[in-house]
Design a protein around this ligand. Structure first.
Ligand SMILES: Cc1cc2nc3c(=O)[nH]c(=O)nc-3n(C[C@H](O)[C@H](O)[C@H](O)COP(=O)(O)OP(=O)(O)OC[C@H]3O[C@@H](n4cnc5c(N)ncnc54)[C@H](O)[C@@H]3O)c2cc1C
Length: 448
């Protein structure tokens, strides 16, 4: 029996580690379109920002594949699979046979119909190769346009800014990070972006890339303006990369459909990571929750099942984090409430922090924590566990005694070592008050 893994990202690496925990013998072949050792995709932003050494992007030792007895076929694209003959068909027309197969092909860039996308100076921001291409080009750039203000667009903005490049970010929806933040939280970050000299066009599309002598010169927007620039970065969203299962027996909707064992509808064919459609633990619906923690867990569960240890995946979580101008932000689960949901908000406008909790039928469905991430892990656990919070729901954000008691009684390990509940104002309320008082005092003294 042999294993074949298509992909060399988080899910693939987790699967290798998981298989090798129980099966040290049977051969593993890894096939990846990219010609790179396994690297962290989020780190491509730090590489472009010149914040890390180029080697820091790789998250496993150089001899990882050798140590785990994995044969690698890098720079090799899979064209399709034949589930009748247990064959992987490569674009170079050769085939690889499998006993157990994992499809971990990640996501692919959505390419909108913008005229001139093939112009010199237009980049994607998905892979290490994209980051290297931007790095080679960026010294010529003073002004760039980022198309799309999702997580990847915002990361691109941050990376370009670190190179003293002014950015115009264009988003077709009314706010930045539309899938990730509500209007209030987005507004806080938009203010920061503008304060730092960048321009945001919301409710606007890029229609055309204009060029001169083959190089980008400007972009034309749907609001009638033309923005001069020497670079554009396409960040218009990602969808599951499932082309290789089209016209096969493997069932897919938005992503490849898997059961709790990360097994597809076809025996011996598993899928994991951004390519897989799993059950969202908070909403209990099929969803693509494309992030690294989900990809790692799914890959690990797939690997164990492929190696014969039957384990179940407990569902994916919509969870994202970003840090911007020193303001950290995490969103968990559902952040846009339904009509009858209860919403709890704790906000300090002066210090710029904002926390929101969405509760449905006494169960926490989602949260936004911006500017202060205390208890983020525990709130995540609340969402995942579907715990009943009727007794303390109005004390979670304010860190009241009943909330502390709940954690102590149920998840003792989650208590922050130095945080004790204090009677009177909760520690969180005290913190809000103190921060605002400090800001006011400084303002009165004319310090800012
Ligand atoms: C700029 C950026 C920033 C991000 N920031 C964050 C973050 O802060 N936090 C977070 O949780 N997530 C972040 N993500 C998302 C995160 O990187 C993904 O969720 C994660 O990498 C998914 O892992 P995966 O293994 O499913 O797929 P990927 O890591 O995408 O790997 C897919 C692999 O499949 C290979 N492949 C694809 N098609 C073929 C084919 N036909 N033949 C052979 N090989 C193929 C690719 O070469 C690649 O090796 C970010 C992504 C990007 C691009």
């Amino acid at each position: 029996m042999n294993y074949v893994i298509i992909g060399n990202g988080t899910a693939a690496i987790a699967a290798i580690e998981s298989i090798r925990k129980t099966d040290k013998q049977n051969p593993i072949t890894l096939i990846s379109r990219e010609n790179a050792h396994c690297y962290s995709k989020p780190m491509i932003a730090h590489l472009t920002a010149d914040e890390i050494e180029s080697d820091a992007i790789y998250y496993r030792d150089k001899d990882f594949y050798k140590t785990n007895n994995v044969k690698t076929l890098l720079n090799t694209s899979v064209a399709s699979i034949d589930t009748n003959k247990n064959l992987v068909k490569l674009e170079n027309n050769s085939t690889v046979s499998y006993g157990k197969l994992l499809i971990a092909t990640g996501g692919k860039q959505v390419v909108p119909p913008i005229e001139g996308l093939d112009t010199n100076g237009v980049f994607m921001f998905q892979t290490l190769a994209d980051a290297c291409a931007i790095n080679e080009f960026k010294s010529k750039v003073k002004h760039a346009v980022v198309i799309g203000a999702g997580l990847i667009g915002i990361r691109a903005l941050h990376a370009l800014e670190k190179n003293n490049i002014k950015v115009t970010i264009v988003e077709m929806l009314p706010q930045i990070l539309p899938a990730f933040l509500d209007k209030t939280a987005a507004g806080i970050l938009e203010t920061l972006i503008r304060k730092n000299g960048h321009v945001i066009h919301a409710n606007t599309k890029v229609l055309k890339i204009n060029s001169k002598n083959g190089a980008i010169e400007s972009v034309t927007l749907s609001n009638g303006s033309t923005v001069p620039c020497e670079m554009a970065v396409l960040a218009t969203g990602v969808v599951p990369n499932i082309d290789i299962v089209k016209n096969t027996k493997v069932k897919s909707n938005k992503g490849i459909v898997v059961n709790k064992h990360m097994l597809t509808n076809v025996p011996d064919v598993f899928a994991a990571g951004d390519a897989a459609e799993t059950t969202d633990a908070s909403r209990n619906i099929a969803a693509i929750n494309a992030n690294m923690p989900n990809a790692y867990k799914q890959g690990a569960v797939a690997g164990q099942n492929m190696a014969g240890t039957i384990v179940e995946y407990d569902g994916s979580m919509s969870m994202n984090s970003v840090e911007f101008y020193g303001v950290p932000c995490i969103t968990i689960g559902e952040i846009n409430p339904r009509e009858k949901d209860e919403v709890f908000i704790l906000q300090s406008e002066l210090s710029g922090f904002y926390k929101k909790l969405v509760v449905r039928d006494n169960i926490v469905k989602g949260a936004i924590l911006l500017g202060n991430l205390r208890f983020a892990g525990t709130i995540n656990k609340l969402v995942q566990s579907h715990a009943n919070v009727a007794e303390f729901k109005n004390e979670i954000l304010t860190e009241g005694k009943k909330w502390f008691d709940f954690i102590k009684n149920n998840w003792k390990d989650d208590m922050l070592g130095n945080v004790q509940w204090a009677p009177g104002l909760s520690s969180q309320q005290k913190y809000v008050k103190k921060v605002d008082e400090d800001v006011l005092k400084k303002r009165e003294q004319g310090r800012f």
